[in-house]
Design a protein around this ligand. Structure first.
Ligand code: ADP
Ligand code: MG
Length: 140
């Protein structure tokens, strides 16, 4: 299995409850390595651009409100089959459907405030990493 990279966000509901370390520990214990990390306050423009694929969804405006409501931690994660590995430890979008032992089952407040983002394909991972990180900020 190839070592690949994915993009993660620890969302405002998790930073507000001081869960940055707890979430990162679960990512690390799943076999992923944090090769870039920074705490930022996302601008409206960044949130709208990042979630542009969801522009037509009814929750788009509220999702952008939520993602700009507090600090987030954006990260690049590296590991074998990183996209799938991260999606597995994240759990289902709706915490009510998330499996035991996943981040969303453990910490998410709602389908919107669900504590973490993770890329859903290698191609999107590359685009999302480039959206937030310069090459020299990633140290593997
Ligand atoms: P995922 O984050 O699991 O890849 P999506 O890409 O479908 O899920 O959705 C992006 C984000 O939009 C979700 O993580 C969640 O914060 C929010 N979201 C998804 N579905 C809903 C919904 N029905 N109502 C409110 N927010 C939602
Ligand atoms: Mg998604």
């Amino acid at each position: 299995m190839a070592v690949t990279r994915t993009f993660s966000i620890i969302k405002p509901d998790a930073t507000r409850r001081n869960l940055t370390g707890a979430v990162t520990q679960m990512l690390e214990e799943s076999g992923l390595r944090v090769v870039a990390s920074k705490r930022i306050r996302m601008s409206r423009e960044q949130a709208e651009g990042f979630y542009a694929v969801h522009k037509e969804r009814p929750f788009y405006g509220e999702l952008c409100d939520f993602m700009t409501s507090g600090p987030v931690v954006v990260q690049v994660l590296e590991g074998e089959d990183a996209v799938r590995r991260n999606r597995d430890i994240m759990g289902a979008t709706n915490p009510a459907d998330a499996a035991e032992g996943t981040i969303r089952k453990s910490f998410a407040e709602s389908i919107e405030a669900n504590s973490v983002h993770g890329s859903d394909s290698d191609e999107n991972a590359a685009n999302e990493i480039a959206f937030f990180f310069a090459k020299d900020e990633i140290v593997g």
